[in-house]
Ligand binder design. Structure first.
Ligand SMILES: [Zn+2]
Length: 207
């Protein structure tokens, strides 16, 4: 029998809602370290791979930042926002995309039923490298659900974010986000919940 072959009848062992996933192993294979292999379906093999590579990348970048080996950060802006579900998101976008990115995050949560705006805690110059080192620094607080990767709003993270704050050059992003929210949330904040929402032509706010 080939070493990586999943034994006959064995299915994906990832636990979903208290039960084994139970899908067929991807390509009939086992996955993992040489002496710790498990059967995984295609989706769970991909998720495990993506998670372990991002963990590895975050750690490596965090170590480079720590020892001062990076002479500059990768381009972009890293944001730390308080989400309407009470958690925190740490992400990044290009400088020209950052305002739109916050709108996208906001819309995603609104669609999931959280109809409060984001609170922008910090906007930091630097993209992927800043994001990776923060993801690593706060990895103990990481939570993942159907809305993706988030962090528990513990004081250590909130304190860091508020102390860091919004860099002056990105103050416009907060203004832009708030204007967008005020315009788009109007139809949900009316006194009469049965009143028909006003039409907003220039935004695809569709939840
Ligand atoms: Zn699975």
């Amino acid at each position: 029998m080939k070493k990586n072959k999943a034994p006959e009848g064995m299915t994906c062992v990832i636990v979903v809602d208290g039960k084994f996933c139970g899908e067929e192993p991807n390509r009939g294979q086992l996955y993992g370290a040489p002496n710790a292999k498990v059967p995984l379906c295609g989706r769970h093999a991909a998720e495990t791979y993506a998670w372990s590579t991002s963990q590895y990348r975050d750690k490596l970048i965090a170590q480079l930042v720590e020892i001062g080996a990076l002479s500059f950060h990768s381009p972009g802006v890293t944001y730390i926002v308080k989400l309407p579900n009470g958690r925190v998101k740490i992400g990044m976008a290009g400088e020209e995309r950052i305002a739109k990115r916050l709108e996208d995050v906001s819309r995603e949560y609104a669609k999931a039923g959280y109809k409060e705006p984001l609170t922008v805690l910090a906007l930091i110059k630097g993209g992927g490298t800043v994001e990776a080192s923060l993801h690593h620094k706060y990895q103990e607080l990481r939570v993942t659900d159907e809305l993706g990767e988030q962090f528990r709003a513990e004081p250590e993270l909130l304190d860091f974010a508020t102390e860091t704050g919004v860099s002056e050059e990105f103050a416009w992003v907060v203004v832009s986000y708030e204007q967008w929210w005020n315009k788009c949330s109007k139809k949900y904040t009316g006194q009469d919940p049965t009143e028909k929402a006003p039409t907003i032509d220039d935004d695809e706010w569709d939840f």
